[in-house]
Design a protein around this ligand. Sequence first.
Ligand SMILES: Nc1ncnc2c1ncn2[C@@H]1O[C@H](COP(=O)(O)OP(=O)(O)OP(=O)(O)O)[C@@H](O)[C@H]1O
Ligand SMILES: [Mg+2]
Length: 218
Amino acid sequence: MALLELISITKSYGKPEKKTLVLDNLNFSVSEGEMLAVMGKSGSGKTTLLNIIAGIDYQDTGEYIFDNQSVKLRRTSDGVRFRRNKIGVIVQHFALINDYTVYENVEMGLWESKLSRRERRTRTIETLEKLEISGLVNQYPPELSGGEKQRTAIGRAVVARPLLILADEPTGSLDKQTEDSIMDIFKDMNQSGSTMIIITHDEDVASRCTRTIKLEKR
Ligand SMILES: Nc1ncnc2c1ncn2[C@@H]1O[C@H](COP(=O)(O)OP(=O)(O)OP(=O)(O)O)[C@@H](O)[C@H]1O
Ligand SMILES: [Mg+2]
């Protein structure tokens, strides 16, 4: 079954007299349980696409259907409500909160959930263990390596067990070994039921996904 569908999506940026068309009549769907790689040159619109799927940005024309419902968002707070407990996002440059510890950064992913404090704690600890960063709970992001920051960002995105996980170049600046272990974690999450969309420039990462789509630069 399709988890999401994009129908004739277009998106441009800039003033009406000087518009840059980024997505031109884009059509595709993603089935439940897929692990989709999105590739394409820098500037081809990968992050733009991810932002539309996440409800962070909106298309100009066309229809976006998520979980059988047409997504119509007008403001930031609509997006927050739309994502709540359904979509976890790992953004391009982590966006960790430097004043929060690793534990607090991961637990943040549950702020919108209805779990009790005790359940939040259990869930956060489970996630930290799975990502092998339990030893870092009291450290702050500036004290972490790139791979550790990435695991923390992943923890925050997955702790609520969303239907869909979106990751924007999650292995961008990591060495091969760290990249492999992050991909193992993603495979694991995919096999336990999360649909995944991973933006990547890396053929090895794409080859570990179940399908690849390529965006063309306009
Ligand atoms: N908020 C914005 N305002 C104006 N132009 C934008 C905005 N966001 C993106 N763009 C433009 O849209 C195009 C696509 O950007 P996008 O970030 O989606 O590319 P990308 O494929 O993710 O690139 P990269 O691989 O470098 O991350 C670029 O030309 C960019 O300059
Ligand atoms: Mg990008």
